[in-house]
Design a protein around this ligand. Structure first.
Ligand code: ATP
Length: 192
């Protein structure tokens, strides 16, 4: 079984996914981390990115993130192109991961843009993590040392929470961590 977990920037989906990793009968797949790794290790991705964005996109030590980030920030259609290059390879990798761990009760698939990129369609169940926007902004400003304006501009590119939560099977409101831990256990028990 594939269980998607998603939420906007700073909602705490990684924190919550890490709480799930205490259960021995599941595995957690962090799509964003794996995508970052694959952009450095996959020949297919490398070739296509160079084709699309020029060979400046890679330095000797790996992906030239600032170069790509600038392009996709300024030109939204380029972000789509980049996603279309990376996501099929992440899917393949996820598939291998799921097959490798077929003894587990479920795979928790953490993806920040689960709905935005249509990945919700491959999930059997979906968990949304949500928290009021002002708290998200505060937490990200503190975590990344960035301005309020920078966080708000990242939030603007994502779907509104409500649009995701109404399409989810479970909702975790990530305020008090002790209550969240209880909620995680309840959901895990339901899923298993
Ligand atoms: P992103 O989309 O940017 O990757 P995320 O949704 O994965 O973010 P986290 O990185 O898990 O969010 O959490 C954002 C910040 O908020 C982190 O610094 C984390 O430690 C903190 N945080 C998460 N949950 C709580 C909580 N319940 N109480 C207090 N702080 C929290």
């Amino acid at each position: 079984m594939l269980v998607g977990i998603t939420g906007g920037i700073g909602s705490g989906k990684t924190t919550v996914a890490n709480l799930f990793s205490q259960f021995e009968n599941i595995e957690v797949y962090h799509a964003d981390d794996e995508a970052k790794k694959l952009m450095n290790t996959s020949e297919t991705i490398r070739e296509r990115i160079i084709e699309e964005f020029s060979d400046e996109a890679y330095l000797e030590e790996g992906l030239n993130r600032p170069f790509l980030a600038k392009i996709v920030f300024e030109q939204k259609e380029k972000l789509k192109i980049l996603n279309n290059i990376v996501h099929p390879e992440v899917y393949k990798h996820l598939n291998e991961f799921v097959n490798f761990h077929n003894d587990k009760e479920y795979i928790l698939y953490e993806n920040a843009i689960l709905f935005e990129n249509g990945s919700h369609k491959i999930c059997d169940k979906i968990i949304s993590v949500s928290v009021p926007q002002d708290i998200r902004v505060e937490r990200v400003m503190k975590r990344d040392g960035v301005s309020k304006k920078a966080v708000l501009s990242r939030i603007k590119n994502q779907w509104l929470d409500i649009k995701k939560t109404i399409q989810s099977h479970y909702l975790i409101v990530n305020m008090d961590l002790e209550l969240v831990k209880e909620e995680v256990l309840k959901i895990h028990n339901k899923l298993t």
